[in-house]
Write a protein that binds this ligand. Structure first.
Ligand code: AMP
Length: 373
């Protein structure tokens, strides 16, 4: 099947074309809506179209079997991917209030594609869907229950496609059915989240009502005392901007790129050393918490930009966890092996490359086949 995967953000459009599950073309159009940049998603998709057609796999968008869209927020309505029809599109519009920036851009991507290739099936794959298996005790916050009922304030969790993808890959690597495994997955990229997966189902995750909760990220603060934003607002500051865009590693040491943070730390920069320590401490807290939630952990998976590429972060995250059964083999860790735990480790520690777009293509393909039956 020929599947185009689109990840439409507010200022960028990422695209990848898969032909029989192999990548055939791909790229990113940036600076959408900026004065010197690309006008809108229509113009961005036309740029992408030229690149895609030049691959020779399709002569026109109409030849595609389907388009898979990464959609950030599926609320409580979507616990799996959905074939997009007018009722799904309507539901996505209703969900805009939960993720204004992201979902609006995703809808724009869908509507633009519909104009360019009206007959091609489109599928929405949600970042939140995998976490819809969370129980009430995991997804409810301890606030008046009416706030959940009226406004949908609850833990949704994000990065679901990535957590599930690497969990499935971990099961393959371990040669065991996913159903029989308990896994902690750590998606450590510019955005970062942890997930506790029991028998293939997400049972807890660190991101919450929005992607702001949980781990320390490139520019997001992660967990903090919930009164802090109120206090900042009282001081006349823009709490949303500070906590989303000026916090995390960037807020602590001026850089949001972990490579630079590591370089600065190695040169003795005290702010960078502290930022790294705070980042790692938060990850360790979640490993401990999910260890307690799962009771038994078979595998710990590191993925995304930092998780896949930073032996230092992996090493620091596992330091002191030997008593809990997490024992890293430093040599394997440095040499970027997929299994980086030592033989005496009761938990397999794995490094697995995430591929959200490939998984979106696979989910799109599966749904289209189901639909044709
Ligand atoms: P992602 O959001 O998954 O693309 O990940 C981006 C993050 O991965 C950035 O903070 C990068 O600095 C980080 N990253 C990429 N390569 C490395 C590396 N070799 N060492 C440390 N961090 C890295």
């Amino acid at each position: 099947m020929k599947i185009l995967v689109l990840n439409a953000g507010s200022s960028s459009l990422k695209y990848r074309l898969f032909s029989n599950r192999e990548e055939a073309a791909g790229g990113v159009v940036e600076r959408i809506g900026e004065p010197e940049g690309v006008k809108d998603h229509m113009e961005a998709l036309k740029i992408a179209e030229r690149e895609i057609l030049s691959s020779g796999i399709v002569k026109r968008f109409g030849d595609l079997d389907g388009v898979g869209h990464r959609v950030v927020h599926g609320g409580e309505r979507f616990s799996r991917a959905a074939l997009i029809d007018s009722s799904v599109l309507e539901a996505l519009k209703e969900l805009v209030s939960l993720a204004p920036l992201h979902n609006r851009a995703n809808i724009e991507g869908i509507e633009t594609m519909k104009k360019l290739a009206p007959g091609v099936a489109q599928v929405a794959v949600f970042d939140t869907a995998f976490h819809q298996s969370l129980s009430e005790e995991a997804f409810l916050y301890a606030v008046p229950i009416e706030i959940y009922r009226e406004f949908g304030v609850r833990r949704y969790g994000f990065h679901g496609t990535s957590h599930l993808y690497v969990a499935k890959e971990a099961a393959k690597l371990l040669g065991a059915p996913l159903k029989e495994l308990n896994i902690i997955t750590l998606h450590l990229g510019n955005g970062a989240s942890a997930c506790a997966i029991e028998g293939g189902r997400s049972v807890d995750t660190s991101m919450g009502f929005t992607p702001l909760e949980g781990l320390v990220m490139g520019t997001r603060c992660g967990d903090l005392d919930p009164h802090i934003p109120l206090f900042l607002q009282e001081k006349g500051l823009d709490a949303a901007k500070i906590l989303n865009s000026e916090s995390g590693l960037k807020g602590l040491c001026g850089r949001n790129d972990m490579r630079e943070v590591e370089r600065m730390a190695q040169e003795g920069d005290e702010k960078a050393i502290l930022a790294l320590k705070i980042f790692v401490r938060r990850v360790k807290k979640y490993i401990g918490a999910y260890n307690a939630i799962l009771g038994r952990v078979d595998a710990l998976v590191f993925t995304a930009g930092i998780g896949e590429n930073s032996p230092l972060v992996r090493s620091l995250c596992c330091e002191g966890l030997e008593g809990l059964g997490f024992v890293l083999d430093e040599e394997r860790n440095r040499n970027l092996r997929s299994v980086v735990s030592s033989h005496e480790s009761s938990v397999k520690i794995l490094v697995i490359q995430t591929d959200e777009e490939l998984d979106i293509a696979l989910q799109t393909e599966a749904l289209l086949r189901e639909d044709r039956l």
